[in-house]
Ligand binder design. Sequence first.
Ligand code: UD1
Length: 371
Amino acid sequence: MKLILVSGARPNFMKVAPLIWELKKRRARSASFPIRHLLVHTGQHYDRDMMAVFFKEFELPEPDINLGVGSGSHAVQTAKIMIHFEKVCKKEKPDMVVVVGDVNSTIACTLVACKLGIRTAHVEAGLRSFDRTMPEEVNRILTDLISDLLFTSCPEANRNLAREGIPPEKIHFVGNIMVDSLVRNRPRAAKMKVYRDFGQKKGRYAVLTLHRPSNVDRDDSLGNILSALRVVSKEIPIIFPVHPRTQKQLIKYGYDRSLNADSPLVLTNPLGYLEFLSLLLGARFVLTDSGGIQEETTALGIPCLTLRENTERPITVSMGTNRVIGSEKQRIILECRKILEGKGKAARGIPDLWDGRTAGRIVDVFLKNGG
Ligand code: UD1
């Protein structure tokens, strides 16, 4: 069985890597292991900070094929990936294409494979924010609709898929693959104590990430969030690794100068996986609009405030440490103060099968389905 594993953007690497580790481990154990794989990187993300550093940290080989598509509008980016990926599929003739997450590369490669009659598997299927203004929501719905194997990370995802009429035999509840990466790297990250590089002490700083178009692409929403954070950062330092999209918007609206001058927010370039995990481990709390960080903070038991109106990961709220608070100024300040006063949200536990063994369960399903 020949698989093509697809990576596209930063949040994909921590989901693809555990599959590669598992496939390699099984192949090393038995020469007759029947699955071979190729790693195809679409090039949706391409900077060192957004890509290369992750390959190094996850001990991944160079991608077998890099489509090199780069940035563009949604249509341009998706179309370019499709054109290049179709050529790869025709040449390599894989038995299955495996995609992860919800980025443009995810839907582009699934659509290509599906039209060529190649089976597809979607890891992290079934998550729904029920907000179709999010590009990722459209990518999720369409990817799930045409995939042959759907690997889910929580019971809500199974329910969402069932509601959309996906046959139950396609759906496999395997747990959260990102937690595989977390479990493997946590000891290394804990030793790094990256907060020291920012002049901070354990438990005495917060971490912020921001990159959703709904938060950063408009002056009023970005300005509003920054103005709340200026208030909060007088009470606790905030370390802010800035995503390239956000960096552009900060410059466009002229916030870069005011932030760099006398701002108590500590801005830095995007961090590698280990550095960022190390920062998370020492943080008092986290403010974010990322999907993955909502899950990582739940897995680590760190309070998380999500600066969005909704989440496709409700288990992080019902079981975990996450509060979805929107991006209104006074609410942000209020919720941060609650945490500083010791009224942060305690987790009820770690969700089922977020145990570091998800990749193994996925490979078992591959073997049962034609390996
Ligand atoms: C993409 C994903 C989003 C994911 C995010 C994580 C889609 C629709 N969006 O959003 O789901 O949460 O990645 O980062 O797939 N840029 C660089 N260097 C890079 C990549 C991008 O400078 O390596 C800049 C470019 O100017 C680009 C902008 O960042 O225009 C946005 O990149 P893009 O891939 O379009 O979307 P993200 O906001 O990163």
